[in-house]
Design a protein around this ligand. Structure first.
Ligand SMILES: [Zn+2]
Length: 455
């Protein structure tokens, strides 16, 4: 037990240490309206190559979408020595650009923008750019992330006013440099501490219900708190097939699940996201920890790479150091890349500490996670098509809250025709949400009976 307390402190430090973000060039040209929230968002991050180079049209939050600047074209020009990126806009915007290493990326933070770009924009690279993607990273802030073919520096970058029949444009010029020069550009004095910006923004935006209740003077709500975590979001689309994106499917599902369990009145529910916003993995875990959640349920949909055969059905994952099989390992690796896709830098994250936490402090939590996973499977298999091995485990970063029972549900495979039909069906969603709600009831009925407490 003493161990557990110590390691909590360690984790706390780890989260703070994850703060630094490497920032090479900061340019704020042009007049233009200041964004409501600072777009300098940067959370924790993992290095690692991106999942794919895809970036579909992004869905903007419904709030006053028409007031956001509109980006209507994006293109690359140049060669492997010098590559230029041009974004056509309907009005000038402010921006901030910086580079990240391992993998080499350039991130451009801008105010929230409605991206009305042709489908597939960014999937084909040119010159120094392998691919790029774009989307919302927080309310008020959008981001463009470039995967580079190698080290490059941001040469000139500027916003042009409309002129000579050309619309306002954001222009970014990348120049090839060697690794030494690249790393020099990331020198410590060029690393503003941007982490607090996103922490504040997330506190204000993400778990809105929770912060509101914390501020109110009313007696604390003793009902167990459940965190529902729709995977991906914003710039990170997740898996995709036939025009359906995982980030949208799981958000719809998460909201339906929230509505169902809130209706019972027995639980409080906090969502890690309620719109198409990118949330770093650590921030999702943090929501569960800071709210002292009694259960964390992450919602995803899987896909098999085209040549790797077919698979179908829902799978329930818990955390383990060693993946239960090769497929679980592949999946955890893919899901853990979310931060790299979002352009977040996590090189400072002390993963060794996190691993120790899993070994020691999490043993008790693990029992509860596994119990919930089994209850969930028991309920789901009566109504929902399950994978032939429906209970698995692997090293999912989003399940690493050491003191919150956590499971990750892959609802099915978007790469499987039958599954995809189910995933978009309201009837299927209602049935699945219903069986999850029953499992949650069973889980807490037992916990309350044995522990006599809400957690
Ligand atoms: Zn996913």
């Amino acid at each position: 037990m003493a161990n557990r307390a110590n390691h909590r402190v360690l984790l706390g430090c780890g989260l703070l240490c994850a703060a630094a973000i490497l920032c090479a060039e900061v340019i704020v040209p042009c007049a233009a309206q200041a964004p409501a929230a600072s777009p300098a968002a940067s959370g924790p991050a993992t290095p690692g190559p991106s999942l794919g180079s895809s970036s579909g049209p992004s869905i903007q939050s419904p709030v006053a979408a028409s007031n956001f600047p509109i980006a209507h074209d994006a293109r690359l020009a140049g060669d492997v020595k010098q590559t230029r990126f041009i974004l056509d806009l309907d009005k000038p915007i402010q921006f901030r650009a910086f580079a990240l290493a391992d993998p080499y990326r350039v991130v451009v933070d801008i105010p929230q923008v409605s991206f009305k770009l042709a489908a597939g924009t960014g999937t084909a690279g040119r010159g120094l750019v392998k691919a790029f993607r774009y989307g919302l990273v927080m309310p008020g802030g959008s981001r463009i992330v470039f995967d580079l073919t190698g080290p490059a520096k941001i040469g000139k970058s500027y916003v042009l006013e409309a002129a000579n029949g050309q619309p306002p444009r954001l222009v970014l010029e990348l120049e090839e440099v060697d690794r030494t020069a690249f790393v020099q550009l990331l020198a410590p004095e060029n690393r503003p501490e941007l982490r607090p910006a996103i922490a504040d923004a997330n506190a204000a935006a993400g778990p809105a219900e929770a912060s509101a209740s914390a501020k109110s003077a009313q007696p604390p709500d003793a009902r167990p708190l459940i965190v529902i975590d729709p995977g991906h979001g914003g710039i990170d689309n997740g898996t995709q097939a036939s025009g359906e994106m995982e980030k949208n499917l799981v958000l719809g599902f998460g909201l339906a699940l929230r509505d169902r369990i809130e209706k019972s009145g027995k639980y409080r529910v906090v969502m890690t996201r309620t719109d198409d916003t990118f949330i770093p993995l650590n921030d999702r875990v943090k929501v569960a920890r800071t709210q002292s959640a009694a259960l964390f349920v992450s919602i995803h949909a899987d896909a098999l790479p085209r040549r790797e055969g077919d698979a179908q059905g829902a799978t329930i994952y818990t955390l383990s150091n060693k993946a239960s099989d090769a497929e679980a390992e592949r999946l955890a690796e893919a899901e853990n890349k979310s931060d790299a896709i979002g352009g977040v830098n996590l090189t400072d994250e002390p993963t060794e500490v996190a691993d120790i936490l899993i070994d020691l402090a999490q043993r008790e939590t693990k029992t509860f996670s596994n119990r919930f996973a089994r209850l969930l499977m028991g309920e789901m298999k009566t109504t929902v098509r399950m994978h032939k091995h429906p209970l698995k485990s692997a090293g999912f970063r989003v399940l690493k809250a050491p003191d919150v029972p956590s499971v990750l549900v892959e609802l099915g495979y978007v790469s499987n025709k039958g599954d995809l039909q189910l995933l978009v069906s309201e009837n299927w969603r209602n049935k699945t949400v219903g069986s999850m709600a029953l499992a949650i009831d069973a889980f807490f009925a037992k916990r309350l009976a044995t522990a006599g407490a809400g957690k």
